[in-house]
Design a protein around this ligand. Sequence first.
Ligand SMILES: [Fe+2]
Ligand SMILES: [Fe+2]
Length: 297
Amino acid sequence: MEYRQKNVDRLDELMSTIQKTDSIPTLPKIISKITDLMEDDTFSVKYIGELMTKDLSLSARILKIVNSPFYGFSQRIYNLNHAIVLLGANVLKSIVISTSVFTAMKESMEGLWEHSLFCAFTAKYIAGTLNKDKKRLISNGNKKKYIIDGDLVFSAALLHDIGKVIIATTFKNDFKKVIDTAKYDNISLIDIEYKNFNTSHDYLGYALIKEWHLPPSIYFPIKYHHNLALADEFKVETAIINLADFLTKSLGIGFSGSPYVERLNGEVFEILGIDIDFIRNIIEEIYSFKEELYVFD
Ligand SMILES: [Fe+2]
Ligand SMILES: [Fe+2]
């Protein structure tokens, strides 16, 4: 608890330093215009589509994502407006945000993008599998089946480690040293972040995403993805991100700052109503999609 409180105390100070030094990841103009437009629930797909075609790499990435087997649409989608409608505002916004920050991030931490994208696809796949199982009650004790929004889970997973971008851009060389230590000593990045910077990426990611006006169903799972026990809202979504993160690291896909893999939190089984066979089956399915990861290259 002391750890959380310190994180809260440190946040205001850190945020003002970040704002002063301009090290917070900034959204390119066209992207911030698109995200502003998307804030409005009645956003015009046609207008956003027109704006996006001005950024060719962004449009290409969106089409690649929507056409990837992970996303699972049966027909090939060639039209950007169609992709915008299919993905919906939150997923689109998450892709737009991650595109801009992960380009900058590639220099600081190679592999984080692959880690985040694989985690997003895995999380969405887990959500879909749980939703399909009619007998499974995943409702924290209620009798009603809880339906998970796979798109929100996708977005939260895609952005779950975005706080590392803030740390990397704020502390530059120190962060590189921290990554080397984590790698060399095979220890968890979150512990070493806290030791060195007095804050950690889960909390910073939550603060940033909240500031960028994404919904609580995205920023709460980000806040608690390493502290499932503290989550009191969106516990199912947080457990999915925690499991997807664990699977991504265990399969060695991408790089998230440390080769160390924390033990899977036992609470995940209880919250999601799953067993080890469920995890075995998930691994078989997701592993075959590994090659599809390079959709942003
Ligand atoms: Fe994380
Ligand atoms: Fe992660």
